[in-house]
Design a protein around this ligand. Structure first.
Ligand code: COA
Length: 321
């Protein structure tokens, strides 16, 4: 496979603003247990999830998160050169959701959806870097999901996991060269389409055990590839934000990789699995908690339906709160 080590690029890559949004309505595990044979205890123990947010459309949630990110970056709509919207729960099958979000934000630029399930936002960062290399100045990368539209909250195999939310980042060139996309790893394995999918007009279907197994494999492979390409060890990563699917997936993979939970950004208990929105939702919280400073090595690790996976390692520059 081709190498994806980008260290030394004079272009630079900084996160000038990050924002997120969760709709107000919350469904607790106890709420779910009224509609299915389950319990708060079982769901917490097997997944790490305590509640999930529901309500809103993908374009509405995306717009709120993007507004927050643009405000933090202190940029207006005319300063965004491209909108990339990662979602697996678009408002419509056709058209894409990104044009409606661009309209709501007053952008005057290209806008397209990325459908790579839970890896989509990290795929978006890599593609944003490509657009910066082509001469663009500033890209808005959003992950947004209204998964309540494709989740059966009476099915205990899937209904316990998924929720709504959105996260966004304004990324731009960093002429100082301090901020860098150090390496990335993107992958897909279409032989696993049928372990997690939704037909047109239907809800998500999942072989939970197989998804668990394949997710751990994908994480190990992708994290190791990205670390090798950046020539960094696990101990040199200051913060790793994995996709928030199931705490046991993260723990299984971490045992093999050697990451500690202290290095790890999590928000799963509060949000459930928000697919493409999960990593920027955690990133926003990490910034709130002052967990990132310039020069830190940060890893984003997405994996999900497809199967797809995407890992990036950044030397952080941009927002700190
Ligand atoms: N509440 C209570 N009991 C449940 C339950 C629920 N929601 N779901 C399953 N059970 C029961 C089963 O009936 C079974 O009972 P039995 O032993 O008496 O037959 C037992 O719990 C174990 O079921 P199993 O299907 O083996 O559970 P699991 O440990 O695999 O957990 C998932 C199920 C869905 C939580 C787990 O497979 C998972 O999280 N997989 C990954 C899914 C994921 O992350 N998807 C998104 C990827 S991006």
């Amino acid at each position: 496979m081709a190498s994806h080590q980008l260290a030394g690029s004079s272009l630079g890559f900084r996160f000038s603003g990050v924002g997120s949004y969760l709709p107000a309505e919350i469904v607790t595990n106890d709420d779910l247990a009224e509609a299915m044979d389950s319990s708060d205890h079982w769901i917490r123990e097997r997944t790490g999830i305590g509640q999930r947010h529901v309500g809103g459309t993908t374009s509405e949630l995306a717009t709120e998160a993007a507004r927050a990110a643009m405000k933090r970056a202190n940029v207006g709509p005319d300063e965004i050169d491209q909108l990339l919207l990662a979602t697996t729960s678009p408002d419509y099958i056709c058209p894409g959701t990104a044009p409606a979000v661009a309209e709501a934000l007053g952008l005057d630029c290209g806008a397209l959806d990325i459908q790579a399930a839970c890896s989509g936002w990290v795929y978006g960062l890599v593609h944003a870097n490509g657009l910066l290399l082509q001469g663009m100045e500033r890209i808005l990368v959003v992950g947004a999901e209204a998964l309540d539209r494709i989740t059966d909250y009476t099915d205990r195999g899937t209904g316990i996991l998924f929720g709504n939310g959105a996260g966004a980042a304004v990324v731009e060139r960093d002429p100082s060269g301090e901020g860098q996309l150090l390496s990335f790893d993107l992958g897909a394995a279409g032989e696993f389409v049928h372990i997690l999918y939704a037909e047109h007009g239907d809800v998500l279907q999942m072989d939970g055990k197989e998804v668990f197994r394949q997710a751990v494999k994908a994480i190990l492979r992708s994290a190791n590839n990205a670390l090798d390409r950046a020539d960094l060890s696990v101990g040199e990563i200051d913060l790793v934000i994995p996709h928030q699917a199931n705490i046991r997936i993260v723990e299984s993979a971490w045992k093999k990789l050697g990451f500690s939970m202290e290095q790890t950004g999590m928000r799963l208990e509060e949000t459930g699995n928000t697919s493409a929105a999960s990593i920027p939702l955690v990133l926003d919280k990490m910034l709130d908690e002052g967990r990132l400073k310039s020069g830190d090595n940060v890893m984003f690790l997405g994996f999900g339906a497809g199967m797809t996976w995407a890992t990036t390692i950044h030397r952080w520059a941009g927002e700190s709160r």
